[in-house]
Design a protein around this ligand. Structure first.
Ligand SMILES: Nc1nc2c(ncn2[C@@H]2O[C@H](COP(=O)(O)OP(=O)(O)OP(=O)(O)O)[C@@H](O)[C@H]2O)c(=O)[nH]1
Length: 423
């Protein structure tokens, strides 16, 4: 058979762990894994299968019959790469690669590949490199533990394998230290940028959501920008910011962030913390959901869990955006619209047709205006201009005066506070 030499022929396996993986329907999980693989241009998915995992086949992951059966399938389809949508130990990887004569990548490895393909900014590139190294490091440790066990767990030092692994581990540690230093520098620069932005008197609205939910499409619709919006997972990796005037509303900074995914590798969760700080700093969070997706509820729950684990969102107002209603049939669309209309914090929209956006913009304006905090200010007499501004903006609740100046109790929104700072 003649094949395009530029692309690697891949087969996707979703291991269905009996009894443990029922939270997500196996067929949806398999579909998502195929989309993940499709996100890499150099991979062509030639087939995909859900495989029920046996209870115990530690060294090979699957039973020998299944391995033979799959081997025949891979040979018949000239498969060069097998993607296993789950964790695979280094030992299992080596054994399966040998048995099937293919290269093998597990879910974390695949997601890391995609992230490394997508990272554009210096910070993104450094974070992905660090995540990949941390991942490699855990695989060294596992192999080492395994070697140790083979020798009967005596733990004596100096075996050739162990020395090599120790050396590899040290090399990785050194490189991680170097990368961490470089990253710290980049983060510092970004901090300065954010501080500069905080002086801009606009509230920040952050878009979050499961990958492919439509964040970039909504961002583009609102800002008229041309951020890459594709039916491709993780099209947006680095956060994008844009100041935009909402129709009949305030000027805001809209921020588009990386999409979330179930079972996000822990290495990546940690390394993307910094990027998600943009979300932490937001005045309002818009959680964009693909409401037409069959697994929409599970996706939403996973996004909420990741946000909670990152400490994002507590105390920050959130609106839920039910996107892609144009894809629903009339009956379901009607039902969604009715449900959304009953809840002040849910909005059914289509980021493609623009349906429902007017109500959403109005709600964003209201939410930002409602976010008032109370503060005590002391103004010197020479700051009369500031006092006049506060009275003009109508945020002063109470005022007293002494020989130094004015004591004001103000209730204001983040937007007003920032404007005041800029005076
Ligand atoms: N029919 C329809 N398609 C939509 C809508 N919103 C987004 N899409 C499509 O969904 C796909 C994903 O949209 P993106 O905007 O790239 O999604 P994202 O959430 O930014 O994705 P990540 O970058 O992976 O986080 C694209 O093919 C969009 O055209 C919508 O309201 N209706």
């Amino acid at each position: 058979m003649e094949h395009d030499a530029q692309v690697t022929r891949a087969w996707v396996l979703h291991p269905d762990i009996y009894g443990a993986n029922q939270r997500r329907e196996a067929s949806f999980a398999l579909e998502e894994a195929v989309s993940l693989a499709d996100a890499l241009a150099e991979i062509e998915v030639v087939g995909s299968t859900v495989v029920r995992l046996p209870k115990a086949h530690a060294g090979m992951l699957f039973g020998s019959g299944k391995i033979e059966e799959l081997k025949g399938l891979f040979e018949a389809n000239d498969v060069e790469l097998v993607l296993i949508d789950g964790p695979v130990t280094p030992v299992q990887q080596r054994n399966l690669e040998k048995a099937w004569k293919v290269k093998l990548l597990d879910r974390t490895g695949l997601i890391l590949e995609i992230f490394s393909d997508r990272a554009r900014t210096r910070e993104g590139v450094l974070q992905v490199e660090m995540a990949a190294l941390s991942y490699q490091r855990t695989r060294l440790v596992r192999a080492w533990t395994h070697l140790e066990r083979q020798r009967g767990g005596l733990g004596f030092v100096g075996g050739p394998g162990e020395t090599q692994i120790e050396a590899d581990r040290r090399a990785i540690d050194d490189q991680l230290v170097r990368l961490r230093r470089q990253l710290a520098k980049v983060v510092k620069t970004r901090e300065l940028h954010r501080k500069a932005r905080a002086k801009v008197p606009f509230p920040i609205v952050a878009l979050v959501g499961y990958t492919n939910a439509g964040k970039s499409t909504l961002f583009n619709y609102v800002t008229g920008a041309d951020v890459m919006a594709k039916d491709m997972l993780f099209a947006t990796l680095d956060p994008t910011m844009r100041a935009v005037h909402l129709p009949d509303g305030p000027e805001v900074i809209l921020s588009d962030t990386v999409g979330f995914i179930s079972d996000l590798p822990t290495e990546l969760v940690a390394s993307f913390r910094a990027t998600l700080e943009e979300v932490l700093a937001a005045d309002l969070i818009l959680h964009v959901r693909d409401i037409a997706h069959p697994d929409s509820e599970v996706q939403a729950k996973d996004v909420e869990d990741i946000l909670t684990s990152l400490g994002v969102g507590t105390g920050t107002k959130q609106l839920e955006i039910w996107n892609k209603i144009d894809l629903l049939d009339d009956e379901r669309r009607e039902a969604m619209n009715t449900r959304a209309a009953r809840d002040d914090e849910i909005f059914a929209i289509s980021a493609v047709t623009g349906e429902g956006l007017e109500d959403l913009f109005a709600a964003i304006t209201t939410a930002l205006d409602a976010k008032r905090t109370e503060e005590d200010l002391h103004l010197e007499f020479s700051q009369g201009k500031h006092r006049a501004w506060l009275f003009k903006e109508g945020v002063v609740e109470n005022e007293t005066q002494d020989e130094d100046g004015f004591h004001l109790r103000v209730r204001w929104t983040a937007r007003q506070a920032r404007k005041f700072e800029g005076l």
